[in-house]
Design a protein around this ligand. Sequence first.
Ligand code: RNT
Ligand code: ZN
Length: 416
Amino acid sequence: MMIKERYEAAKEAYRAIGVDTDAALEALAKIPVSMHCWQGDDVAGFDNPGQLSGGIQATGNYPGKARNPEELMADIDEALSLIPGKHRINLHASYAIFEDGEFVDRDKIQPKHFAKWVEFAKERGLGIDFNPTCFSHPKAENATLSSEVPEIRKFWIDHCIACIRISEYFAEELGKPVTMNIWIPDGLKDVPGDRTAPRARLKDSLDQILACGYDRDKVLIAVESKVFGIGMESYTVGSHEFYMNYAAKNDILCLLDNGHYHPTEVVSDKISSMLLFFDKVALHVTRPVRWDSDHVVLFDDETREIAKEIVRAGSERVLLALDFFDASINRISAWVVGMRNMQKALLYALLLPNAELAKLQEERNFTKLMMLSEEMKTYPMGDVWNYFCEIHGVPAKEDWFKEIERYEAEVLSKRV
Ligand code: RNT
Ligand code: ZN
């Protein structure tokens, strides 16, 4: 049977339980996922030859990682050619592109250092999201926005303000708002002598950053908390309570990374609470395996639960980005698997009889709620997904992997 015929059969099966597959496909096409550039080069960036720091780690040594802007852009193109729909790219400040021999430190970077990215995004109709890079830098060895050293703290405040200017530039050039997410690694390995002072300094730094004056319609500033980092196991300055309160009081966004909470605490259960108090919430979808390991996003239970919350809340209220960096497998395949899985999870959620499930809960008919939720797991979603790939001109099923193998043989393997 052809993809289209299988889709028609699936459509009937879903129609019988009141689910409109055509509407689901239309809705899915309208949900952009921000694809993080840093999967392509193990979070190395271009502005600093040093090691990745800040308590995060890309493990593995798979050959072929992108070594410069041209290679990274080519790899992003390769990945996007295998992912259905129109998306966004998520850049870090460390991906600034300098002219030959030029070096500009992070507190002085300017929009022109991202002109090539704007050109790249424009040609492909992509949106851009942005992140200050407060790690992998000599001045980030101890602390950044919470530093006890005034010059260091000033340097990172200036960096974040420079990043707001660059975000405004992206928004103006592309005509689409930019999410600018601030994450800092600041924390302590062992029991603190003072938990308050660093947090008070972080609060003051953020106040200074927001006071720079920017267009809130163009730049959506988010803050990302964390529970711990490697070498910072005992105390994280930017904890969840810190940022949730800061964001609420200052009318900015809270970003929830599902690798940044205690292992049995789930982001899927936080979204509905956040959205009762905030207009929007930002997400970093990742896969923490025992710790914040940033494994590739799978089509697993928590990704599906997150997707259900997005679909039920209205996808325009959730700014959806991915955040993982696996250096142990083909990096482009990692991107494609993670992006397609996020989309599959969204499709899965769109193909649920959500109104019926909510009604069963209100009626306290938990027997039928469980039965129907479980039966939905073996409905022919794959046939709907394959049709989505076909109408968006990308290979269905596992067929995209042939292209990964070709690209690895012809391009990645030559990068030595
Ligand atoms: C780190 C945070 C942060 C980074 C990226 C590179 O734990 O999740 O979002 O992964 O900004
Ligand atoms: Zn993150």
